[in-house]
Design a protein around this ligand. Structure first.
Ligand code: SAH
Ligand code: DHB
Ligand code: MG
Length: 224
């Protein structure tokens, strides 16, 4: 096992340098996030590009993100939107939201993005009360304990054909432990159970390796 992470990093850097070349807005977003003391847990560049491509394939006009951090994944997602598109991203910590707003403005995306501060469960209830047009894509990437709750809210805020993506579903492998008392594992397992059993969801989960280590994501399509 010991040499594998090095190999994952080498291959990830090869893919990233070749296919997602450096970009001023994205690079500065990460630099300013680090300078502001935010944890370095944004999606990797090639994962961000995957989110971007999925949003484009979705023909997304409206995107919802739960868990903003410094807005790195937000930039990748929002860049897939048409000029009349809209992205709402939910962030608990005001200091993260502030960094994200500056990063989105620098990327020229402030007109089509909105960072809402507060606990996402509260923001989601408020958003639902606004009776918004359905979101075409939801990216769930906040506190993992609430993954199933976020998925339930996502079902109320989407349409048949919408795509829901959940980040970080591997939990170092602990996701297989049905007896775990880790809230992140329990929340993630509950979300995966919903994908497996909910009549309006069809999905899968995929393990990943790379510069972020060993992890994975779940994808679910909303059905009629
Ligand atoms: N999507 C980002 C990474 C998000 S990290 C990217 O890839 O670039 C997870 C974020 O979720 C953190 O900023 C954290 O503050 C936020 N968060 C944690 N609990 C939350 C909650 N209950 N409601 C909203 N945001 C929350
Ligand atoms: C953590 C959160 C994330 O969203 C991620 O992609 C990696 C790590 C964390 O809370 O440690
Ligand atoms: Mg994540």
């Amino acid at each position: 096992m010991s040499t594998e992470p090095t190999l994952w990093n080498t291959v990830d850097h090869y893919f990233t340098d070749l296919l997602t070349p450096a970009d001023a807005a994205l690079t500065t977003a990460l630099q300013d996030s680090e300078a502001a003391g935010l944890p370095a847990i944004a999606v990797a560049p090639n994962q961000g590009k995957l989110l971007h491509l999925l949003a484009q394939l979705q023909g997304a006009h409206r995107i919802l993100e739960i868990g903003t951090l410094g807005g790195y994944s937000t930039i990748w997602l929002a860049r897939a939107l048409p000029t009349d598109g809209h992205l709402i991203t939910l962030e608990y910590k005001p200091e993260h939201a502030e960094v994200a707003r500056a990063n989105l403005a620098r990327a020229g995306l402030d007109k089509i993005t909105e960072v809402r501060t507060g606990p996402a469960l509260t923001s989601l209830a408020a958003l639902h009360d606004e009776n918004p047009a359905p979101f075409d894509l939801v990216f769930i990437d906040a506190d993992k304990a609430n993954n199933a709750n976020y998925l339930e809210w996502s079902l109320r805020l989407t349409r048949p054909g919408s795509l829901i993506i959940i980040d970080n579903v591997v939990r170092g492998g602990a996701v297989t432990d049905a007896t775990s008392d880790d809230p992140s594992v329990r929340g993630t397992r509950a979300a995966l159970d919903l994908i497996a059993t909910h009549p309006k969801l069809d999905g899968t989960a995929v393990q990943t390796v790379g510069t972020k280590g060993y992890d994975g994501f779940a994808l679910a399509r909303v059905l009629d």
